[in-house]
Design a protein around this ligand. Structure first.
Ligand SMILES: [Zn+2]
Length: 377
């Protein structure tokens, strides 16, 4: 069967940088970039995008899922480059979108408001904003699919279907309005941290690998839930095209994703929303990959984006939940081969649990994970 959705999870160290392509019937490609990884991912991302055929370099949607350095670091040089001129729409929730504050601020992008200025934290002062927009010299399309308003789902359990002309069906699964409002309180500090914060010096800590002989025990541990406000504001999406489907979980909260997926399944008259692939939220952190998420969207392929820097992801408890509770025989796709990810291909483990583990082709490790989901009749 021809490919319906092509997913690349680029090596972005501890972060996310994904390219999603959906071939159209007329031979052209609908294309989406999701995040740019930390700043040092940019050379790789730029090289990848410049390899696209010049006549088909269009990026229909570029998503900045949330303000964290491991997601926006590579997006800032992208926005400053000529490649950003080929983007049809940027999806990003800026300060403008967070809430109708006491000033009665509109929740939509104002005419001429600069996405770049917003990302650099210059929107508060109209004078500064104007200057930044002018020095940037361009106004990039921003949340136009949402009428300039926020990318959000409304209440918990809500979801929003986006009309994409000639493209795949896209459903917004996160954030809820409430999670986005929470970001208003910490916007300045979160943005400062994302732009200037240095990776916390936890990388020096030795990564101690625990045993994997009792996955049920690992899966059942009471993991502390992710409480990062920027993570909770993540834009997470379901992309469906010609019968194939992938959930792009960003760093979203597992409970928020699960509620939206259950709501969507209910609306379609199903118990759960079976999908082909799921990019595990927050680099397969145990605080995000919770049991209710695995139950809400059983998948055949689980994508893990991290090399373990700083936070020692992926967490064993997260992958234990996937291996035990996903439908039989899922494949774990790791975009790095590390001691922490290598263990999941252990023959005793895969025989006992029936999963598979896949890694980048060592000859083309710079390509990360490349997954082609076939069309279904
Ligand atoms: Zn992240």
């Amino acid at each position: 069967m021809p490919t319906a959705i092509h997913v690349e999870v680029m090596p972005a160290r501890l972060g996310d940088c994904l390219l999603v392509e959906c071939p159209r019937a007329d031979g052209t490609t609908w294309r989406m970039l999701v995040d740019g990884g930390p700043p040092d991912t940019w050379p790789l991302l730029e090289a990848r995008l410049r390899r696209l055929a010049p006549e088909d370099r269009h990026i229909d949607v570029a998503v900045v899922t949330h303000i964290d350095s491991d997601h926006i670091g590579g997006m800032l040089p992208f926005l400053a480059s000529d490649l950003a001129d080929d983007v049809g729409d940027f999806w990003f929730n800026g300060r403008t979108h967070l809430a109708e504050g006491p000033s009665g601020r509109s929740r939509s992008v104002a005419q001429g408001e600069s996405l770049v200025a917003a990302l650099l934290g210059a929107t508060e002062d109209p004078l500064v904003s104007g200057t930044a927009a002018a020095s940037d010299g361009r106004t990039l399309p921003w949340n136009t699919a949402f009428g300039g308003g926020p990318v959000e789902t409304g209440d918990s359990g809500g979801f929003v279907e986006v009309a994409v002309p000639e493209g795949p069906a896209i459903t917004v699964l996160s954030p809820t309005t409430q999670r986005l409002e929470r970001l208003a309180d910490t916007w300045e500090a979160s943005l400062r941290e994302a732009l200037h914060g240095r990776e916390r010096d936890r990388g020096a800590e030795l990564d101690v690998l625990g045993p994997l002989d009792d996955l049920r025990h690992l899966a059942d541990e009471r993991s502390p839930r992710d409480s990062s406000v920027p993570n909770g504001s993540s834009i997470a999406l379901l992309v469906e095209h010609r019968g194939a489907s992938v959930v792009l979980g960003a760093d979203a909260y597992g409970s928020v994703l699960a509620a939206a997926l259950r709501g969507l399944a209910r609306a379609r008259g199903a118990q759960a929303l079976s999908v082909d692939a799921l990019k595990l939220p927050h680099h397969a952190s145990r605080g995000n990959v919770v049991g209710e998420l695995v139950a809400a969207a059983p998948a055949s392929h689980y994508l893990v984006s991290t090399n373990g820097d700083v936070f020692h992801h992926p967490d064993d408890a997260a992958l234990a939940r996937v291996v035990l509770d996903a439908p039989a025989g899922p494949t774990l796709w790791f975009n790095y081969r590390t001691p922490r990810t290598e263990r999941w291909r252990d023959a005793r483990l895969t025989e006992r649990h029936g999963h598979r583990a896949a890694y980048p082709d060592p000859e083309h490790a710079d390509a990360g994970i490349v997954l082609d989901l076939p069309a279904r009749p």
